[in-house]
Design a protein around this ligand. Sequence first.
Ligand SMILES: Nc1ncnc2c1ncn2[C@@H]1O[C@H](COP(=O)(O)OP(=O)(O)O)[C@@H](O)[C@H]1O
Ligand SMILES: [Mg+2]
Length: 248
Amino acid sequence: MALLEIRGVAKRFGGLRAVDGVGMDVAEGELLGLIGPNGSGKTTLLNVLSGHMRADAGQVLLEGRSVLGLNPTQLTRLGVLRMFQMTRVFNRVSAFDNLIVCGLAMGLDEAQAGERAMQLLGELKLTHVMHLDAGQLSGGQKKLLEFGACFMVPPRVALLDEPFAAVHPTMKEIMAAFIRRRNESGQTFVLVSHDMPVVVELCPRSVCMNAGKVLADGPTQQVLNDSAVIEAYLGEDAHAGHEGHEHG
Ligand SMILES: Nc1ncnc2c1ncn2[C@@H]1O[C@H](COP(=O)(O)OP(=O)(O)O)[C@@H](O)[C@H]1O
Ligand SMILES: [Mg+2]
C-alpha cells in the first residue's frame, strides 16, 4: 500500500477544471517530483491534499485512511504538511526561539525541542545567526528558518511548492542538500519545482501535469523525454512569448 493514494481528484474554479481527475501514488520514503507548465494545477492539487481547498471529487488515502475533506489542522496532525512560499516567522524572536516555539506547539518537550532546533540550525547553516532576532536575518535565511520549522516534528509527507523560487543559489544548495539528506533518512516528499536540473538530481520519479491532468508518471528522465511532456512545455513557452524560457 502506498503512503498516499490519490484517485480521481478534481477541483474546478467556475468553468475551469484546474485539477481534472488526477491520480497518483506516493510511496513511503519517496521523493516525488511534481512538474508541469504554469497553470497545470500543481498548486491546486497540493492545496487539496493539505486541506486548504476542498475537492469536488475524488479520493485521497493516507495509509489506507480516507483524508479528503479534512481541514489543514487535522491533516497537519496526521502528518500531511504543506510548506508555503511565504515566510512566516516571529521577527522579534531569535531564530533559535522561533524553532523552539514551533516545536513546543507541535508537542515536543523543551529538551527535545532544543536538541532538534540545534540539529536543524546546523543542517541549514544558521547556527551562526541563531541568537539574532529573525527580523535581522536575510530573506533567504528567514525562508530556511521557516522551512526548518516544519521539520521540528517531521511530517509523514512534506508537500513543497516551489521551494527554490526566488531563492539565492547558496540557499538553494542548502535547501536541496537538506531535502536529499532527509529523504535518505526516510522522509517522504512531494516536490513541485520548475527547476528541472534540481528535479532530475533529487527525484527518481516524477509526475507531469498539464491542464489539470496527469500527462506522464515514471522515472524523471523518462518523463522529461516524453513527447507529450515536451509538447506541453513548448506550449507554455509559446504563451510566454517574448518573456523567454526561464522557469525560475
Ligand atoms: N483560487 C483560484 N481561483 C480561480 N482560479 C484559480 C485559482 N487558483 C488557481 N486557479 C487557476 O487554476 C489553474 C491551475 O492553477 P495552479 O494550480 O496554480 O497551477 P500551477 O501551480 O501548476 O501553476 C490555473 O488556470 C489558475 O489560473
Ligand atoms: Mg503553482
